[in-house]
Design a protein around this ligand. Structure first.
Ligand code: SF4
Length: 248
């Protein structure tokens, strides 16, 4: 079922596919993998294949049944643009999205090279916020160029877990940047100056900046537990969202 989300920047999650395979360093401590194994051990419906990519056509109707306008994060437990998700299944997902214009759908992928390919002859619905993960220079930053090629109404970057200084990045036609450190007991530390650099760049070009969390390490480089890891950067929280009103 679609579930209420604890992710700070969304309301509900919708997982028409589950499972994935790792593609880049940001995947190393994948939260979805840990959760899928746990849910499988508990016998939860939909996790019979643990973390193997699995299509769930029976879940496609879920957002149609919900009338209340809702912000959905699509595939918190997978990557919608994984190679094993056919164009035909993607078409079915996007048909549901088009039919439910009362909702907003946030779709985040690490398979960014598939975006311009899939949308070459298709329109990205207006109620989609399309994003890519940018955890480092080698794998993350090149994804931004692929995203920019898609005519999505909102294009966003999830710079999480931020693993190094990504340097100067081209934020042309990007509307929203989320930055966060890694959580969990195997978390890799994030340096404050890496975050500051992205925040400065976003502010210089007027892109909304959202600071999600420090993650498993505090801004002082000391390891924290979940309760105290914090969201404060320079004495305050940063919760800016794109200025566009999607359902206007
Ligand atoms: S792409 Fe996302 S869901 Fe897939 S393994 Fe990497 S972090 Fe996990």
């Amino acid at each position: 079922m679609a579930t209420q989300s604890s992710i700070e920047w969304t309301e509900q999650t919708w997982n028409p596919t589950t499972g994935c395979t790792k593609v880049s360093p940001g995947c190393k401590n994948c939260y979805a993998e840990v959760m899928a194994r746990r849910l499988h051990a508990m016998g939860a419906a939909g996790y019979e294949n643990e973390f193997k990519l699995t299509l769930h056509p029976q879940r496609l109707e879920q957002p149609i049944k919900r009338k209340k306008p809702t912000v959905y994060f699509v595939n918190s437990m997978s990557d919608l643009f994984h190679d094993d998700v056919s164009d035909e299944f993607l078409d079915r997902v996007f048909d549901v999205i088009k039919k439910t214009s009362q909702h907003t759908y946030q779709i985040l992928t690490k398979r960014a090279e598939r975006l311009p390919e899939y949308f070459r002859h298709r329109t990205c619905p207006d109620n989609v916020w399309l994003g890519v993960s940018v955890e480092d220079k080698q794998y993350g930053v090149p994804r931004i160029g692929h995203l920019r090629q898609v005519n999505a109404r909102v294009r966003f970057l999830s710079v999480e877990p931020l693993l190094e200084d990504v340097g100067e990045i081209d934020l042309t036609d990007i509307h929203w940047v989320i930055v966060g450190g890694e959580s969990g007991h195997k978390a890799r530390p994030m340096q404050p100056e890496w975050v500051e650099s992205i925040k400065r760049q976003a502010e210089e070009v007027g892109v909304a900046f959202f600071f999600k969390q420090w993650g498993g390490w505090g801004s002082d480089g000391v390891k924290r537990d979940k309760k105290t890891n914090g969201r404060v950067l320079n004495g305050r929280t940063w919760d800016n969202m794109p200025a566009l009103s999607i359902n206007a």
